[in-house]
Design a protein. Structure first.
Length: 415
């Protein structure tokens, strides 16, 4: 339980503390499961810090603390070797133990009823017995706990899913992405007034420099830079990017920061050799990103380009490359200019699988310049740099939903 994430994943729904007889191992098991529920991985070496914190906060008796320390010392040589465990075998052994303990408890209960002459109750108890679910069949729906949809930005950016922003160049898509990251990092409410929860933000930017563009834009948008991190500097494909994300998630556990949003600008820069016009190739290429988002419970928000004007088809067909780009996301938006006001941008629902129709309201914004103070010398001299930020408009543009088939007619050609 300390070092094997796979084992914790399988045992979390069937474990019962009373089946572990010694208090110190009960406590260690609870720590491991609590860590797994929060970070979706085994605590590994973090168990030592958990132990030290618990000594201070839980008031563990000295005798039990010494037993826990001894138990942890006994397994310290196995830290970092979770991938070497046969978790399926260990889980099968655990299931056998749990079945035995459950059957013993049930037999004792039936025997106690019979001894008191409560034979009808004893018979009913025998009929009501349900064995502990065993095996490693992750496909059995009875073993999967249903849960509700959670949101980073309610009805717009779902947690654990991929959200896509598509549009032509020079519309401020990257600036919108920066605004989403800034509000997440600082816990500032969303433009539509819904509540934002603070969390860490990971940013992969293949086109904009962090020092002179990304960071000043984040500052202009009110970001808390202590919750913002760069990733993907050397990632050549999605698999390498996901590996970088997971390393950062583990590293941030020590700071007690939970990653809530991963920003990728643009998505195409991290597809490596994937044929972006081949639907099957795109689906397979994007799968690790979607699985990581679901498993680690963060939202992916990414950018993609649109086709040239006049390419035909519905609004969804305006996304460049394969249709799999749109299919792989659960939420998507088309960014375009207002045909009646060149300075206004429209953020229109392109896709919202998890969103009721009456909640699919668009938004509008303008790009404005803002001076941001920066240090320009070792002595602390301060000057300013001017960057763009999003100024959201108060009027929802839900009427544009009815005009989606016509939006493409007013979209400018790619530069």
């Amino acid at each position: 339980m300390i070092v094997s994430t796979d084992f914790l994943k399988q045992v979390k729904d069937i474990w019962r503390p009373e089946w572990i007889e010694t208090p110190e191992y009960q406590r260690i098991a609870r720590w491991c499961l609590a860590h797994f529920e929060e970070y979706h991985c085994a605590p590994d070496r973090d168990i030592e810090q958990i132990y030290l914190s618990a000594i201070r906060e839980e008031g563990i008796p000295k005798a039990e603390a010494e037993l826990i320390e001894g138990a942890l010392s006994a397994v310290s040589g196995d830290y970092g070797r979770g991938d070497q465990f046969n978790s399926a075998y260990l889980f099968d052994q655990t299931i056998e133990f749990f079945k035995k303990r459950a059957l013993e408890e049930h037999s004792e209960r039936v025997g106690a009823l019979a001894e008191r002459g409560q034979y009808d109750e004893a018979e009913e108890s025998i009929k009501d017995y349900r064995p502990v679910a065993g095996g490693t069949d992750d496909d059995l729906l009875a073993l999967i706990t249903p849960r509700q949809h959670l949101w980073v930005w309610e009805y717009r950016v779902p947690l654990g899913k991929v959200t896509l922003f598509a549009g032509d160049s020079d519309l401020g898509k990257s600036t919108v992405l920066t605004d989403i990251g800034a509000r997440t990092s600082s816990g500032t409410d969303w433009p539509d007034g819904t509540r934002a929860r603070q969390g860490a933000v990971l940013i992969a930017s293949a086109e904009d420099d962090f020092a002179d563009t990304v960071i000043p834009r984040l500052m202009a948008a009110g970001a808390d830079l202590n919750f913002c991190y760069r990733i993907g500097r050397d990632a050549a494909n999605i698999t390498e990017l996901v590996r970088d994300i997971e390393k950062k998630i583990l590293a941030l556990q020590g700071k007690k920061q939970r990653v809530r949003v991963v920003l990728i600008d643009p998505l195409s820069a991290y597809l490596g050799k994937v044929d972006q016009h081949n639907e099957g190739a795109v689906r397979v290429g994007l799968r690790p990103l979607g699985e990581a988002a679901m498993w680690h419970r963060f939202a992916v928000v990414t950018l993609h380009h649109t086709r040239k004007a006049g390419s035909g088809g519905s609004a969804k067909d305006q996304v460049a490359g394969s249709k799999a780009f749109t299919s792989a996301c659960r939420s998507g938006f088309l960014i375009t200019r207002d045909k009646d006001d060149e300075s206004k941008r429209l953020m229109i629902f392109l896709k919202g699988n998890l969103v009721p129709d009456n909640k699919k309201t668009g938004l509008a914004y303008r790009l404005v310049g803002q001076d941001v103070p920066i240090h320009t010398s070792p002595r602390g001299a301060v000057t300013t740099t001017n960057v763009s930020r999003v100024a959201w408009l108060s009027v929802h543009c839900s009427m544009w939903m009815k005009l989606l088939p016509f939006v493409r007619k007013f979209m400018p050609s790619e530069s």
